[in-house]
Structure formats: structure tokens, C-alpha cells
Design a protein around this ligand. Structure first.
Ligand code: BGC
Length: 749
């Protein structure tokens, strides 16, 4: 939010509170022409209005269905110059065929854009983004996005609908799996890393693709966690918590953005000029184009802000949405809207300009087929190098939640191991929702296979499914208990099926589904040396499991190499280092739950009934943000600030000594939080402002230095200007957001 200047912000706030200005035309002119300005202008000068509107139209291909079916005769429409982009098309041959139609059979030979949801890999599938974010390894996150772009671009895709940067504080919402969790500061860094990964240095390279920041905005905060539901939030929360990651993506040069399905404070995001024209374009300088979400323009009718598709199209277009995803509305209605003076032709030109710019930048006018590359498709996907990145990514994503008496890592000297549970030998579900073109049958390494790969035939490996994901039948329990008793150790693989998270997959109850909890009780009773491996797409309420299970490893949906990666962690070839980026509640009643809440006027005190609390559950989460264990033990020492008083011009250095005092080499994610003690508005009890991922050999230590500037201390003040305020700040350092290890300093303006 660095560049938000106070004066404009006030204006913005005014516009927002007076109804989001969605009926007035506010689009900026093309004031900063592209390097392809001449080529674009020359091409546009030859285009008819109908052909221009065709560029704003996206149709759906035959691959993946991600929303309600809308039928169109794709070939006919492309040949008629009525399509600018296609959704859900891949493979070099299929995209080539469609591209040929556009290039050979149309008057102006304008190439098509192919967009697809490459969310966590194309063929080589990485852990779900929520899992990946728990690695706190921005280089790896960027690298995984690079690999995804590499594979996608080989089979015709030049545009991914990622990153999803929606802040998520309600694990009932199924799409929490697709983002980087609850924290805006960290989420902004992940957003930038992913944009860099997909787009690279230069979009004209054959393996770089357009990124699309989504879903603008605040889609991650639907009331009651139900997907597509209304979002109602204060301007301060919107600007301070939910908007920063979109802004970060724009700062990183994201080429496109997607408008969200939800209604925000009364105006659906797809009809919200304040979001697109005011914030993205005018304030943040976004130069790319905005695509609607899947039929989100049509949905302005059920939202109740448009009485028919014509009105919906006028609303969305004037709100700054350049391209209509699958809705078939712009193509039908925009010409008439121009003729009736409801939409200006100049604005149509601006939208077309932005879309053509992307096509020029990708190099499609030089070679429309550069992305439809059969040879690269064959040789560059699922390579050993890509799979190695997936394995590393999956290992780093895992979070060790509990490890009583150092049960883990298991020794390889065991004679037998039992693998039990619905995810014990699963391939289909373990790679997770939004797995693009990922194979779910053969490629994914199941947990059973991963353990076999690790142990060979030296150890007896027993397997029982025990129960299904949602089953209530206890038929399989007997075998599970029998092999648990027989084996030296047990790996109990529990969790969700992949379709329990992702779009339209909210849950009102986020416990282990079916009778998995009962299975856990039976198996743990039969063998105390049981480690639970969780595979799931959201934080779960596993308070009971936490009580009974000696060890719990959160493996998320780990992608193609999950089984190998889990075996690496379980047998100690990789010491877990992941830290949660989303709080795990004890029960659903605590939701929404996040570490950076306000203090309230009556913070909880056990000796005072009239303080904020539940009668039947503690306030604290089961596992807090930033939490995660290691096989070794880390200690923080000698926390210091280099000055006790800083001014807004200074950079404050915070140093701490990190020691590995345990018995293993390992990686700690050292986290720095601040607390602004007194503000003109209430301030969070903690806010993340730094982290370092540090590998330390056992018995060694390292001095870490963090820097804090005025910007890190700034927020939206009482008058909604962005800046800092004088006073005391506490600064905490530690291995999770629960750390109490602190010092303090004073900021003087
Ligand atoms: C989702 C988007 C996705 C689009 C295209 C929609 O239903 O909300 O995230 O990019 O479909 O598949």
C-alpha cells in the first residue's frame, strides 16, 4: 500500500462510500503507450467495431469444465472474428487447431489467447498453494510457478488464472486451498513471487505466460465461509488487509486481473468501477486487462443489480472489466450499447488495446504457434528436474504439528510398518483440487508407494484402507486394527477428498469427515507408535486427534511427488520446516480466527468473567499462525534493537541469535512481529513484518538481522491516510506468532 497517497485515498474512500461510482465512466486513457503502440494502433485502425468487440470475448474449450455450461459453436465463432480468447484448451495439437482457425480464417489474422487454471502445476503437480505457502520459501514458490509456466506454455497455454491472492481467515471456505493464507504482508510477497515465476523477465520468451491476479477483490471473505456469498467489510479492513496482495501483484507487473464473483458492500466486484478504474488503474497504475470470472457478468442479474444481460454488460464494461469470460454477453450487447451511447467506443478501443498489447508482448503476432510446441510438450513436461522440484516443494510444505517423545522420525531399522487410512494408497485425491492437466491415475506417488520406494523390501509393509473419506461403515476397522497391532509403527493417512476443497466446496463442519476420527481412536489404541499424516486442503478442527495421536504431520495435498516427499520426512531424510500460514481453530465456533486480531477493551483474563471469551472453548487456536515443529530444537537469544528511538527516516535493525540446540540439522523460519501499542485507531496485537528461513547444523548458532522502516510501521490511520504514528512499538521474534520474546522501541515523527 506504499504508494497510496493520502489525498487520493480520501477521494477513493468518498467514491467508495457513495456507491462505488459504478455508473460513471472513469477509465483512464492510454497514457503510457506500449512499446508495440504503433503496431497495435495500425492493427486497430483496420478493425471494425464488431471485430474489436470480438477481442473482448472469451469462449470455453473442451477440456475442463469450471462452471455452468454455456454452449457456443467455437469454430464458427472464431472464424467469424468473434473470439479473442479461449478458456480450458490445452495440448499443442488442440490449441494449434483453434489457432489455425483464428489466424487462417479471419480477416485480420489475430491470434487467440489460451487461458487456463494452472494453479499449482500443469502436468507436474506441486502442493496446493496453501501448503506451498507454508514453506515460507519464496524462491521455491517462484521456481514452482516457473516450472508450471514452462509446462503449460509447451502445450499452447499462454495465460494462467493465478495467483489467487485472496486473504483467507475462514477455513470453511473451500478455496482457502488456493491462496497463501491469512496474512496480507506475507501474502503480498507470495503474490509477487508467483507473478515473477509465471511471467519471468520477458513475456516474449517461449516459456513465460501471462499471470492473472484474482479474484478482485475480497473474494476470500464470504459471509459464513460459503463460496460466492456476499462480502461486507469495513474500508479499513479492505484496504489494510484484503487489498495489499492485489496491489503487490500489480507492483510485480501482473499482466491481467480477474473480477470476483462476490458482492462487496453492496456492489458486485464485476460491476465495481472503484476496484478496477479507481484502484487498479488510476491508483496502482495497472496496465493490463481485466477479465470477468466465469459468467460473473451474467450473474449481475441474480445479484439484483441488472435487470437483463444488456444492462449487466454495460455495468461490467463501464466498471472496467475488459473481457467477458464465457458469458456471451459483450459479443451480443456491446455494439448496441455503443450505438445507444451507454458505452463509449473510445473505451472499447482502450480495452482492445490492452488485450492486443498482451498478444504482442507474448510474441503471438510474430509466431502464433510458438506455444503449440509438440516437441517441447513431449520433452519438457514431467521431467526428472520438474519432479525433483515438486518433491522438494512438497517436503518444505509439510508442517509437523505434534511429535510426542520424538516418535518421528521413524527409524529405518523397524521390521514392519502398517499404512492405514483412506489416503494411505490414494493417488486421485492426494494431488488436490485445481490440478490442471495433472494425471491422477498413474503419476502421483501414493504414500504406500513412497514408503516402499524408501524402504525397499527390507521392511514388511502392511496396508489397510480402514474406511472411506465420508464412510460411516466400520467394516474395514478390524483389518486396520489387526495390522496396527502386528506392525512396529503405523502411518495413519487421514484427511479430505480433493473435492471437499476448491471452488464451491465450502464445509460447515471442518472436522475429519466420515468416521475417520473413530478409525484413528481404534488404530492408536492398537499401536501407540502411530503417526498421523494429514492430507487436506484447509485447516481442520482436529482437537480430539491432537489429544490422542502421538504425532501429526500436516502434508496438505502434496502433488505428484507427495508419497516420496512424505516418506522423506517420516524417515528423517528431510527435517520438517513448514510453518502454518493459516490458523487451525479448535472448533468451528471460533471462526473467523487469525493471529493479528485487535485486543478488545476487555481482553481475556481468567480471573474476570466479564472479559472476551467462550464458555465452552478457549480463545486460543489449536495451532497458531507461523507454528510448526522440527525434529531439532531452536532457541532465540540476545534480541536487540540498534536504537531505542527511531524517526520515520531511520531504518531500525533488530538482531537476534538463533541456536540449533537439538539433535538434528534443521531449518527454522524465524519470524518478526510488531505491535503498535497506542494508535489513533485500534491496532492488531501482532503483525508479521519479517522472516528468515535459516538452515543450521545441530549445535550451531547464527545472528540474524531484520530491518524495519517507517513503511513497516504504517497503516490506515483514523483519517484513512496511510502512515505511521509516534509512540511505542513492541517487536517480537520467535518460531511462531505465539512468541512472547520481545523488546521495544519508540518511533518519533
Ligand atoms: C473460478 C476462477 C477460474 C475460472 C476459470 C471460475 O469458476 O472462480 O478462479 O479461473 O473459473 O476456470
Amino acid at each position: 500500500m506504499k504508494s497510496i497517497c493520502p489525498g487520493v485515498l480520501l477521494l477513493v474512500t468518498t467514491i467508495f462510500f457513495t456507491g462505488c461510482g459504478n455508473t460513471t465512466l472513469q477509465k483512464t486513457d492510454i497514457n503510457q503507450p506500449s512499446v508495440y503502440n504503433k503496431e497495435i494502433k495500425t492493427l486497430m485502425s483496420k478493425m471494425t467495431l464488431e471485430e474489436k468487440i470480438g477481442q473482448l470475448n472469451m469462449l470455453r474449450g473442451k477440456m475442463l469444465v469450471t462452471g455452468p455450461i454455456v454452449r457456443s459453436n467455437v469454430a464458427k465463432e472464431i472464424k467469424a472474428d468473434r473470439v479473442g480468447a479461449m478458456l480450458s484448451c490445452y495440448t499443442a495439437s488442440y490449441t494449434r487447431k483453434l489457432m489455425e482457425l483464428a489466424v487462417d480464417s479471419t480477416r485480420l489474422h489475430i491470434p487467440l489467447l489460451f487461458g487456463f487454471d494452472v494453479i499449482h502445476g500443469q502436468r507436474t503437480i506441486f502442493p496446493i498453494p496453501l501448503g506451498e505457502s507454508c514453506s515460507w520459501d519464496l524462491n521455491l514458490i517462484e521456481h514452482a510457478a516457473r516450472v508450471a509456466a514452462d509446462e503449460a506454455s509447451a502445450e499452447g497455454i499462454q495465460w494462467t488464472f493465478a495467483p489467487m491472492v485472496d486473504i483467507t481467515r475462514d477455513p470453511r471456505w473451500g478455496r482457502v486451498m488456493e491462496g497463501a493464507g491469512e496474512d496480507p504482508w506475507y501474502g503480498s510477497l507470495v503474490a509477487k513471487a508467483m507473478v515473477r515465476g509465471f511471467q519471468g523477465q520477458n513475456l516474449s520468451n517461449d516459456s513465460t505466460i501471462l499471470a492473472c491476479v484474482k479474484h478482485g477483490v475480497a473474494y476470500g471473505a464470504p459471509i459464513a465461509g460459503r463460496d460466492y456469498n456476499t462480502v461486507d467489510m469495513s474500508m479499513r479492513t479492505l484496504l489494510g488487509v484484503y487489498m495489499p496482495p492485489y496491489h503487490a501483484a500489480v507492483e510485480a507487473g501482473v499482466a491481467t486481473a480477474m473480477s470476483a464473483f462476490n458482492d462487496l458492500n453492496g456492489t458486485p466486484c464485476t460491476a465495481n468501477s472503484w476496484i478496477w478504474n479507481t484502484m487498479f488503474r488510476k491508483k496502482w497504475g495497472f496496465k493490463g486487462f481485466v477479465v470477468s470470472d466465469y459468467t460473473s457478468i451474467n450473474e449481475l442479474i441474480p445479484h439484483g443489480v441488472a435487470k437483463n444481460l444488456f444492462d449487466a454488460d454495460v455495468l461490467a464494461f463501464n466498471a472496467g472489466v475488459d473481457m467477458d469470460m464465457v458469458g456471451n454477453g459483450y459479443i451480443k450487447n456491446l455494439k448496441k450499447a455503443v450505438e445507444e451511447g451507454l458505452v463509449s467506443e473510445k473505451e472499447i478501443d482502450n480495452s482492445v488495446y490492452r488485450i492486443l498489447k498482451a498478444k504482442f508482448e507474448l510474441g503471438l503476432f510474430d509466431n502464433p504457434y510458438k506455444y503449440c510446441n509438440e516437441e517441447r510438450e513431449k520433452n519438457d513436461t514431467l521431467t526428472p528436474q520438474h519432479l525433483a522440484v515438486a518433491r522438494e516443494d512438497a517436503r518444505e510444505s509439510m508442517v509437523l504439528l505434534k511429535n510426542s517423545n520424538h516418535l518421528l522420525p521413524f527409524s529405518r531399522k523397524i521390521k514392519s510398518i502398517a499404512i492405514i487410512g483412506p489416503l494411505g494408497n490414494d493417488k486421485f485425491d492426494m494431488i488436490g483440487s485445481w490440478s490442471a492437466a495433472g494425471d491422477r491415475k498413474h503419476m502421483p506417488v501414493s504414500l504406500l508407494e513412497g514408503v516402499k520406494n524408501k524402504l525397499g523390501n527390507k521392511v514388511r509393509i502392511l496396508y489397510a484402507k480402514g474406511t472411506g473419506f465420508t464412510s460411516q461403515s466400520t467394516k474395514g476397522f478390524a483389518k486396520a486394527v489387526r495390522i496396527a497391532k502386528e506392525a512396529d509403527v503405523v502411518l495413519l493417512a487421514l484427511g479430505e477428498s480433493d473435492n471437499m476443497t476448491g471452488e464451491a466446496s465450502s464445509r460447515a463442519n471442518i472436522d475429519l469427515p466420515g468416521n475417520q476420527r473413530a478409525l484413528a481412536d481404534a488404530v492408536i489404541k492398537a499401536n501407540k507408535r502411530t503417526a498421523v499424516v494429514l492430507m487436506n486442503g484447509r485447516p481442520l478442527t482436529i482437537t480430539h486427534l491432537n489429544k490422542v495421536a502421538p504425532a501429526i504431520l500436516e502434508a496438505w495435498f502434496g502433488g505428484t511427488e507427495a508419497g516420496n516427499a512424505i516418506a522423506d520426512v517420516i524417515f528423517g531424510d528431510y527435517n520438517p520446516s513448514g510453518k502454518l500460514t493459516m490458523t487451525f481453530p479448535r472448533c468451528v465456533g471460533q471462526i473467523p480466527i487469525f493471529y493479528s486480531h485487535m485486543n478488545t477493551g476487555r481482553p481475556y483474563s481468567p480471573t474476570n468473567h466479564y472479559t472476551t471469551h467462550y464458555e465452552d472453548c478457549p480463545n486460543s487456536p489449536l495451532y497458531p499462525f507461523g507454528y510448526g515443529l522440527s525434529y531439532t530444537k531452536f532457541q532465540f537469544d540476545s534480541l536487540k534493537v540498534d536504537k531505542k528511538v527511531m524517526t520515520t527516516k531511520d531504518t531500525l535493525k533488530v538482531s537476534v541469535v538463533l541456536k540449533n540446540v537439538g539433535n538434528y540439522d534443521g531449518t527454522e523460519v524465524a519470524q518478526l512481529y510488531i505491535r503498535d501499542m497506542v494508535g489513533s485507531v485500534t491496532r492488531p496485537v501482532k503483525e508479521l513484518r519479517g522472516f528468515k528461513r535459516v538452515f543450521l547444523k545441530k549445535g550451531t548458532s547464527k545472528k540474524l538481522t531484520f530491518k524495519l522502516t517507517n513503511y513497516d510501521l504504517s497503516f490506515f490511520r483514523k483519517d484513512m491516510t496511510f502512515g505511521s504514528e509516534s509512540g511505542r512499538f513492541d517487536v517480537f521474534v520467535g518460531g511462531s506468532s505465539k512468541t512472547r520474546y520481545k523488546t521495544s522501541f519508540i518511533l518519533n515523527q
